[in-house]
Ligand binder design. Structure first.
Ligand code: MG
Length: 222
């Protein structure tokens, strides 16, 4: 089943930008009036305990996010039907080479490089949807070497999960195993080789996913 094995069988990662107003503001961006997204390659996935690589010359930022794993194909899915297309959720990091993204933003160029390096989408296992009855009440936490950097809740999302599914599927078909990254709360910042990034997803005081990723320099070409 592609949704259970979304890391190996998923076909796209759709990442929503600026979906938490405090995060939009911390990067000096306007709070959006409509959702926007970019695509990340599925080759950027890594699993728990695998290393996040920092490429030479990149300032790599962490963004902890709720990932929605699609369970059933659909085009033009109305928000009211969105739940039927969700297999479950995953805890995800949308790693970003912030300095490359800043250059791309100023030049009006795509973010593919800034967002698409190998290892830039660390994810956990599928969390079956029954375990998260309310996607508007998911706690997301990220620490670096034990120090809390991000600590948010999806209640602060500007555009909610059903609306995101409606919007994205009005443009491109959502396919089983696809993942929508729903945006990050405030507190993003750089990671450095030698550090350990830990993150946690929970709801109503119950922890559903905990992940840990060592940070290394991207190995040189051989
Ligand atoms: Mg993001």
């Amino acid at each position: 089943m592609a949704s259970r094995n979304f890391i190996t069988h998923g076909r796209k990662i759709v990442a929503i930008g600026r979906n938490f107003s405090e995060h939009a503001k911390e990067l000096g961006n306007a709070v959006p009036k409509a959702p926007f997204f970019f695509l990340k390659p599925t080759s950027s996935y890594i699993s728990n305990l695998q290393p996040i690589e920092v490429p030479a010359g990149c300032e790599v930022h962490h963004e902890v996010e709720l990932g929605v794993v699609i369970g059933k194909d659909g085009r033009d899915i109305p928000a009211s039907e969105a739940h039927k297309h969700i297999a479950g959720y995953t805890l995800a990091l949308d790693m970003t080479a912030r300095n490359l993204q800043d250059v791309a933003k100023k030049a009006g160029l795509p973010w593919s490089a800034a967002k698409g390096y190998d290892t830039f989408t660390p994810v956990g296992e599928l969390i079956p949807k029954e375990q998260i009855p309310d996607t508007n009440n998911v706690d997301l936490k990220l620490t670096i070497d034990g120090i809390t950097k991000q600590n948010g809740n999806t209640k602060d999302m500007i555009f909610k999960v059903p609306m995101l599914i409606e919007y994205v599927s009005s443009i491109m078909k959502l396919q089983e195993g696809d993942v929508i990254l729903t945006g990050t709360p405030a507190g993003v910042g750089p990671i450095k080789p030698g550090e350990t990034v830990a993150c946690e997803l929970g709801t109503e005081g119950k922890i559903l996913s905990q992940l840990k990723f060592p940070v290394i320099e991207r190995p040189k070409k051989v």
